[in-house]
Design a protein around this ligand. Sequence first.
Ligand SMILES: CC(C)(COP(=O)(O)OP(=O)(O)OC[C@H]1O[C@@H](n2cnc3c(N)ncnc32)[C@H](O)[C@@H]1OP(=O)(O)O)[C@@H](O)C(=O)NCCC(=O)NCCS
Length: 330
Amino acid sequence: MDNTNFGVGIIGTGSYVPDKILTNKDLEKIVDTSDEWITSRTGIKERRILDKDKSTSYMAEKAAKKAIESSGLNREDIDMIIVTTVTPDMAFPSTACIVQEKLGLKNAAAFDLEAACTGFIYGLSVGYSFIKSGLYENILIISADSLSKITDWEDRNTCVLFGDGAGAAVLSKVKDGRGLLSIDIGADGGGGELLTQPAGGSLKPASIDTVKNKLHYIKMEGNSVFKFAVKIMVDSSRKVMRKVGMNIDDINYLIPHQANMRIIESASKRLKIDSDKVCLNLDKYGNMSSSSIPVALDEAVRDGKIKENDNVLLVGFGGGLTWGATLIKW
Ligand SMILES: CC(C)(COP(=O)(O)OP(=O)(O)OC[C@H]1O[C@@H](n2cnc3c(N)ncnc32)[C@H](O)[C@@H]1OP(=O)(O)O)[C@@H](O)C(=O)NCCC(=O)NCCS
């Protein structure tokens, strides 16, 4: 393959979720909520919670190991690691550097990318560009988040929604006409306040006041995010299909960001995609931020659902606000 006549595709996937399960019934004992409310308003039944003494890099390492194994590459072949997360182990070093050391990926450049729940799509698009340009060959994208660590467990508006997990993919050269056929990523900084963790950065460094005022937790305007999510999932999905002259009947599987079943159903209805083509794991894991899409992708691949030549549409949205979609010929 020369430098232009090739595609860029996913040649290996992996995922990891912690063992500890927190059910809706468990949450009934913590906040004023009910299994009925959570199930009917979100579709979530349970979520996974990372142990207190473990961090995001722990899950990232486990998912990445499986992705490298399934790619058939050796560790020395990985020349870049991109970790997408809003819950890095610490501000610096980057979680990507921590994972590089843990996995012994000595030949890899490593950095974190923050695009909230859209991180995996952003990561794929950055990786795609590096490989297409000829600068790098085999890029490990890891999306890992432990939102339980920044969740206010006294706020029923948010604590029922989130869970912990990690998904990973190895991007590499594939045959022309295969792999990522089109990409759309976008942002609207004007909506930043709808979904935010206000303190802990340079604007409001950690202090007794920020802790007292609970500013290190996720703050969200649920209704506004909901409306934005439905619209942008439809728009971005249509855009990537249009770019390659496909329509919804050409899509074998849709893997949406898993935030709320009602968001997914509304978007699917507008897109006119059959529900059996939509890959879901929201009921088991809740919203795992940027990990939701790659975990669902890995499960669909390992279950034998996604087959060679299938057209797979990934679409996500999140804080920033950000969004993105990509259409992959598997
Ligand atoms: C958060 C979300 C589930 C709320 O669902 P909703 O149907 O919009 O519910 P509302 O916000 O209108 O709240 C309705 C009522 O339920 C209550 N409520 C909120 N959370 C509750 C809970 N866990 N249990 C019981 N009641 C709850 C509210 O207090 C409100 O009560 P009120 O009418 O007395 O004020 C929904 O807006 C959502 O999923 N938004 C998108 C969030 C998202 O995707 N975020 C991540 C993006 S990456």
